[in-house]
Structure formats: C-alpha cells, structure tokens
Design a protein around this ligand. Structure first.
Ligand code: UFG
Length: 347
C-alpha cells in the first residue's frame, strides 16, 4: 500500500479527500495544526470509512517538526497540500499572515520532498488565478490576471514556486488543481464545512439563514451584466472535487516521466447565479431563506465557470452529482450541526 500525506486533512476539502483516498486503498497521514478545523473530524472520517487515519498536529510552517515527522515514515509516495489560510477578507486585513502561512508551508514541503524521497505533490489552487476571464468557459490556458487579494496572490505565487522548483528538481512531479466553488457535504452528513464565525461563502450563509442562525442572506448586487443581475459561479460538489484528487494522484503514480507538471480546472462547466442557487436550495429542501439585495461586494468578479474537459479526458473524472442532491447535502449537514449544538447544550 502506498501512504499519502494530506496537509490540512481535517479541513473541509481535505477531510472529504481523505475519505475518498481511504476508500481507494491508500494509507493516510494527516498533518494539520487545527487552526481552522476540529479534531472530531477524525471520528467522522472513521465512521464513514472504518479507518482512523494517522494524525500529526503540526504546523507546516514549522520546518523542524515537519522534517522529524516525515522521517518516521518510509512509505510516503505523495503529498496533497491543502493546509492554507483561505479567507479573502482576512488576507486583505492581514496580508503577512497569508504570505507567511501559505508560502512558507509550501516551500518547506518542496524542500523536504527530495530529502525524504517523496516524488509527488498535488497542490490546491483556485480559479481566482484567472480573475475575470475574457472568455468563458475558462480553460487552463487562459492568462493569469493580477490577483484581487493577498490570498489570491499567494495562490499565484505558490503556482510559480512549484513551476520553478519542478524545473530545477525534476525528481519531483506536481499537479496543480484549480478549484471553482466547492459546496456540499458528505452524503452521510458525518463531515462537512465548519465555518468559523460568520460565513463568507454563499452556501454556509444560506444554510445558516435557513436554520434561523442568521436573519437574512445579503445578495451582493443584482446589477451585474448577467441574465438576472447576480454573479455567476461554477459550484462543484465537494465529494466530486475530492474524487478528482484521487484521480490526479493515481495519474501521477502511474506516470513514467519525471519533472511532470500538470494543471487542471475542477468545475462542472455550468454557471449558476446567486439567485438561481438560492431558489433551487429553497425548492429542493422545502425551506425559506429570507434575503435582501445589497451593494456589490468589493473584489467579486462578475461571472466565471470552468472548462474542465482536460481533467475529464486525462484524469477520466467528471463532476456529475446532480445539483439537487448537492443542495440537499448542504441542508442535511446544517441539520446535523444543529443536532450537535442541541446535544452540547443538553449536557
Ligand atoms: N454571495 C452573496 N452573499 C453572501 C455570500 C456570497 O451574495 O453572503 C455571493 C458572492 O457575491 C458571489 C457568490 O455568492 O457572487 C459566491 O461567493 P462565495 O464567497 O461563496 O465564493 P467566491 O466565488 O467569492 O469565492 C471563491 C472561493 C475563494 C476564492 C474566490 C475567488 O471561496 O476561495 O472564489 O474569486 F478566492
């Protein structure tokens, strides 16, 4: 069996990916400093898969401890690197935190890979690197636009660091995955997104409003140049996204070449507006979400959706979960969280 190290493996996308990796037969070691996740996620993973992955509470910016930890294992074939700070607004307030966390953790991993004979890395990037693309759907050859936030800039810089490192150190192979908008939770409702405080992203805000935790959703702008005036995004189911990581890893492990660097867009190819998502969420779950239209949010791009045909072909992967099922999973997860809160209160 081969071992995969998953940094940020107790986080939202990380935990769903760990489940898919275990179910595909990989041994997993999670590295996470729990700065934006909870240790209980391991129990959720265990209940779904029957396996509790190895866990190391390490901050990836801590070179010495990372080195010591990697020394313990001799069977690591690859790393999937999720661990990063990810709030656009926070990155504007505290850019150095973002440059420090996101960039030094990647540099540490890339430095340690040859030392520990680890050949493959999968990196979490974002469609944010394209800014507002000139042509839609956007494919991997679209130009990289100036970043709109320090967070977005860290993704661009990290991509460049990987490219230059592979060029200089061809014993490493890398796959850069550019995510569109991940949403939803595992169908068991045992793992999902755990937003910290007031959610920034659309779906957690919708579900919290439906659950009565927020009084109303604010829809940021209805005067965009789109059919209903609200912004358009490509919402991809987190489980489909997780499966893409397994496919990307298997593709790398099967590859014969060294110094391979691939980029893939991960989306559905379908763009939906904020108002369309909101409408569909209410219909499939039979719940009400009060909302009002407010000013545009600074830094939002108008519309973006993916051309993922490269991943479809080369990774033999497709995001094909029906949107209705995805939106049901969002609501089931919120209900699960509600139950957890009630149980905690009763104790
Ligand atoms: N939106 C609302 N109200 C809310 C939250 C969001 O109307 O309360 C709208 C946004 O304006 C946007 C859409 O819902 O039109 C999606 O917003 P999200 O915040 O969920 O997602 P973004 O597309 O803004 O963000 C995503 C990733 C970021 C990444 C960014 C780059 O979550 O990591 O794309 O554009 F940086």
């Amino acid at each position: 069996m081969s071992r995969i190290v998953v940094t940020g493996g107790t986080g939202y996308i990380g935990s769903h990916t760990v489940v898919e990796l275990i179910q595909s037969g990989f041994d997993i070691t999670i590295i996470d400093n729990l700065s934006n996740s909870e240790i209980e996620v391991l129990s959720g993973i265990e209940r779904i898969t029957g396996v509790r992955p190895d866990f190391e509470n390490i901050d990836c910016t801590d070179y010495m401890n990372l080195d010591k930890m990697l020394e313990k294992y001799t069977d690591i074939e690859g790393i999937i690197h999720f661990a990063a700070s990810k709030s656009v607004g926070e990155s504007v307030q505290n850019p150095l935190l973002y440059y420090h966390n996101n960039i030094s953790s990647l540099i540490n991993l890339l430095e340690l890979m040859p030392k520990h004979n680890i050949r493959h890395i999968v990196f979490s990037s974002s469609c944010t690197v394209y800014g507002q693309p000139d042509h839609m759907p956007v494919n991997e050859n679209a130009p990289i636009k100036p970043a709109l936030s320090p967070y977005g800039n860290t993704k661009q810089i990290c991509e460049e660091i990987i490219r230059d490192t592979i060029h200089a150190t061809p014993q490493i192979n890398a796959t850069i995955l550019r995510y569109f908008n991940p949403i939803g939770a595992h169908p068991t409702a045992l793992i999902g997104e755990l937003p910290n405080g007031i959610p920034n992203n659309l779906l957690p805000f919708i579900t919290q409003t439906a659950a009565g935790l927020r009084s109303e959703l604010r829809v940021f702008g209805n005067d965009y140049d789109t059919p209903d005036g609200s912004c358009i995004r490509d919402y991809i189911y987190v489980v489909d996204l997780a499966k893409a990581h397994v496919a990307a890893l298997q593709h790398m492990l099967a590859g014969k070449k060294n110094g391979q660097l691939d980029y893939y867009n991960l989306g559905t190819g379908r763009g939906l507006s904020v108002l369309e998502i909101l409408d569909m969420f209410q219909k499939v779950n039979d719940v009400k979400v009060p909302y009002k239209i407010v000013e545009r949010r600074e830094g939002d791009i108008e519309q973006v959706w993916a051309d993922s045909s490269k991943a479809n072909k080369e990774l033999n992967w497709k995001a094909d979960t029906p949107l209705e099922d995805i939106l049901r999973s969002c609501w089931q997860w919120e209900l699960h969280l509600k139950e957890r809160r009630e149980q905690a209160q009763a104790q």
